[in-house]
Ligand binder design. Sequence first.
Ligand code: HEM
Length: 405
Amino acid sequence: MDVDEILTGLYSEAGRQDPYPWYAALHRHGPVSAVPARAEHSTVSAVAVGYDLVDQVLRDPGWYKGMPPGWQEQEILRTFLTSMMFVNPPDHTRMRAVFARTFTPRRLSALEPVIVRVVDAMLDRMADAGAGGAEVDFVADFAYPVPALVMAEFIGLPEADLAWYRQRVDWIDEYMDVAGKTPERLARANRAAEELRDYYRDLIAQRRRRPGEDLISGLVEALDGGGVELTEDELISNLIVLFNASFVTTVYMFSNGLPLLLAHPDTVAALPGDDALARGCVDEVLRMASPVHFLARSAPRDTELAGVPVARDENVLLLIGGANRDPARFPDPDRFDPRRDGPPSLAFGVGLHFCLGSAVSRLEGRLALPRLFARFPGLAVTQEPTYSGSLFLRGIDKLFVATGS
Ligand code: HEM
């Protein structure tokens, strides 16, 4: 199969449901492949799937995030491109420093009791919903509300606003997918960005009047005191991107992970009480069923990646979901092994833009999984999972289970 056929397969409905056979086919072509110019995927000139090569590009600060033409005219792009996730140094360094200061070990340990409280409340809800053998949607009752409620408390969003908020996140994420760039989706994403900006403007004004312990209050105070190099407009862009980045990704960590874990009953049985195993399971789930499947970077100069020429400013698609199954780095890559010792997966990226919230998600997973299986040792999936249909954020949106209680 040639690279064009593989990419067509990968971007198809079936490929987005199960991309792994296509990644395995790409690995057989080597760590990076040139994308044929006539292909409809030719906004990128090469696609990389080899772990070492993807790692090398992400760690090289010269490779940058490109800006699509006309971005200032679209509210969604303007929001993204004035946030740390999408800008390059020196703006990136400045913005990231402001937020990195708030992700301290102290804040993280303060989050532990919040996570435990939220997890236990959702387990109660699952137990009620699943009483007498009724089917429960694990996503609606656990995987979605746990990260949403934890992050809402962390950032300082009122819980009552979350359902409204989620609709806007969905509109934005649809537009972010490889096949998402239709005029209708762009219009919806622009509307979502406008509404979220108004929403945060109000919230910031409220916290200015009545500060609390949350992240927004802390950032507003620092902003008004002249202590941070950030405009209010940039603060809003970063808050939107921060919550977006934190949310569906962690939902998918839980929902993608559950079927993988349940296929290994011995591991599940050993999870309660084994913290090292819980950490290993979280990392192995993220490797094998990564919520984010690709990143992109633009070349700083005319160069070559493993013999494939890339001209200056051309884009390379970095398939982190595929790199995490590179047989050269993860022997027997399709085998779930929570005690694997190998390099870290690229699920959180690496280099300048390495996920700012990785410790938060890992902590959620590490605390939640043992509690989940201690509470429901007989948990079982009852129907085929439904996937999002997106490759950018690949995950299970519906997952019916029986709690066994
Ligand atoms: C399992 C859950 C998560 C996954 C798989 C994930 C994945 C990623 C990846 C792959 C990147 C790198 C983007 C790039 O290089 O272009 C990233 C960046 C980022 N993530 Fe996460 N993330 C998760 C959870 C979170 C959480 C909980 C937060 C917030 C508390 C968060 C906030 C961010 C931010 C702000 C960035 C941008 C950092 C920068 O550009 O410097 N993420 N994430």
